[in-house]
Design a protein around this ligand. Structure first.
Ligand SMILES: *[C@@H]1O[C@H](CO)[C@@H](O)[C@H](O)[C@H]1NC(C)=O
Ligand SMILES: *[C@@H]1O[C@H](CO)[C@@H](O)[C@H](O)[C@H]1NC(C)=O
Ligand SMILES: *[C@@H]1O[C@H](CO)[C@@H](O)[C@H](O)[C@H]1NC(C)=O
Length: 470
């Protein structure tokens, strides 16, 4: 008995040391700290919805999830765009670009229909609040993102730069639901008209935290919002949020996947709401696709990563690369998470990118891989429904939420076509490291989950490739 206890005690000490060491190494090196809310990424496919894109299939018919509203296939050279064509026919130049895009990508239109559906442990109200403007699959790029209501102050600055469709999944458990609805009402009634026009909201919450009342989509905003009231998303303190009171984790990848799967367009930019894109990105990108030159049109699996930067709290977000380069040289802008997790966002040929002057239009600057120095890279990119989704078992608090997707992209031998004149800038304010014991604990659990369960699954499902790691 005594010796059993003694050996138990020794084991306990040993295990504690290992755990301590692990947490120490983990929190101080490999992994990013603080709000990767903004540092999106992709984690791998919701493994339950295993419609994983196949590396060599350039055929866009495989849309992940068979649950979307029935797609409306349209022939490639369709001249009879009646209903929706008024949306895009502002100038003949834009029309020509769109026609060329449609010739170069084969895509399927998707309806914008509200529906309630369970997804793992969550209820999802898909397309709960719909944008007025709808898009055919080749007509634009959708910015897909996730948030809770306390992040909604980003929506208008984001829209002013993006000026295209946004698909956003909002986590709204319990009493956070009403604040979320009020926030959306404020944005639609009292801020920029772009919100009504371009933003589609999806709502989700755990089956254990269903709000007391959920109106039908057509009954949500019965009365106009009182615009004299303070916007409900301003200066929210986390103690007042239901999510914090109940100590819920933020299911970041459920939101990312919901927003992605509901995008109406073939291309989307899966991002975090605090990352604002450089202006005119949509038109420039579609022009590049219309021009149909290699490597952008290569059949090899590919995504289009975008460089990310941070600027000081009192700085303007730069309007173009010329201004950005100027700010970098003055130190008023820095590469994203330079101070938190340089390895996570170091982009291949970034030095060259930062010395290359702005040019006209948009092109592929460099074709990179997620190997070597970039083995833990968590790129944010323009991609399509063929790319692996994110693992919905991972939370924002647990970190590493995009690593499984990064691994899948690597094993599938994706090319990373880094764009030259486009960039993302985080909402002004440079992040610094803050100790957070709860997150450190959750991060260590996540690391266990990934190494013991998820990584072995990925190896079975995708296989292995030299130079790839989670
Ligand atoms: C709107 O809110 C303001 C500020 O609280 C209040 O004074 C006003 O009476 C409200 N208006 C209506 C129509 O409820
Ligand atoms: C929010 O907080 C900031 C900084 O503390 C303050 O300047 C601002 O007035 C507040 N806004 C509202 C609407 O309360
Ligand atoms: C870049 O933006 C700055 C500031 O908005 C503007 O003055 C400048 O003309 C722009 N440069 C180019 C090349 O568009």
């Amino acid at each position: 008995m005594y010796s059993n206890r003694k050996s138990f005690a020794i084991k306990l000490v040993a295990v504690t040391c290992v755990v301590y060491l692990f947490i120490h190494v983990f929190t101080n090196t490999a992994v990013p700290v603080i709000r990767e809310m903004q540092e999106s990424g992709r984690s791998l496919a919701a493994l339950e919805n295993l419609d994983i894109p196949i590396a060599d299939a350039d055929n866009f018919k495989q849309i992940p999830t068979g649950t979307e509203a029935p797609p409306q296939p349209h022939p490639q050279n369709n001249n009879e765009d009646k209903a929706e064509s008024s949306d895009s026919s502002t100038t003949s130049h834009i029309d020509t670009v769109r026609t060329e895009v449609l010739n170069n990508i084969k895509c399927t239109d998707k309806a914008l229909e509200s529906r309630i559906q369970q997804r793992g442990d969550y209820w999802v109200l898909y397309n709960y609040i719909k944008a007025l403007k709808t898009f055919r699959c080749h007509e634009s790029i959708t910015y897909t993102t996730h948030a809770d209501y306390s992040f909604m102050d980003n929506l208008v600055p984001l829209l002013e730069r993006w000026r295209g469709p946004i698909s956003i999944a909002v986590h709204a458990p319990g009493t956070d639901f009403q604040n979320t609805m009020d926030s959306i009402a404020y944005l639609r009634d009292c801020s920029s008209p772009l919100v009504r026009e371009l933003v589609t909201f999806h709502i989700y919450f755990s089956t254990k935290h269903v709000p007391n009342e959920v109106p039908k989509p057509d009954k949500v905003f019965a009365e106009p919002y009182n615009c004299s009231l303070t916007p409900p998303f301003m200066n929210v303190s986390s103690e007042n949020m239901y999510k914090s009171q109940k100590k819920l984790l933020y299911p970041v990848n459920v939101g990312r996947n919901v927003a992605r799967e509901t995008a109406q367009t073939h291309f989307f930019l899966a991002s975090d709401i605090e990352l604002y894109p450089s202006p005119n990105l949509i038109e420039k990108f579609l022009k590049m696709i219309a021009d149909n030159t290699d490597p952008a049109l290569s059949k090899d699996p590919k995504v289009f990563p975008i460089h990310i930067f941070e600027v000081g709290a009192n700085q303007q977000v730069p309007e173009n690369k010329t201004t950005l380069l100027d700010m970098l040289s003055k130190g008023t802008a820095i590469p994203f998470h330079k101070k938190l997790c340089p390895g996570c966002h170091t982009v291949p040929k970034s030095k060259e990118w930062q010395t290359a002057k702005e040019t006209k239009g948009l092109h592929v600057f460099h074709v990179g891989k997620r190997t070597g120095r970039f083995i833990h890279w968590e790129p944010i990119f323009i991609g399509t429904a063929r790319d692996p989704l994110y693992d919905e078992r991972l939370s924002w608090e647990g970190k590493m939420d995009k690593m499984p997707q990064g691994y899948a992209l690597c094993v599938l031998d994706y090319n990373f076509l880094i764009l030259d004149n486009a960039f993302l800038v985080h909402k002004p304010g440079i992040k610094i490291y803050k100790k957070d014991p709860r997150r450190a604990m959750l991060a260590s659990k996540t690391h266990q989950l990934i190494s013991k369960i998820i990584f072995p699954e990925l190896k079975v499902l995708y296989g292995t490739r030299k130079g790839c790691a989670v």
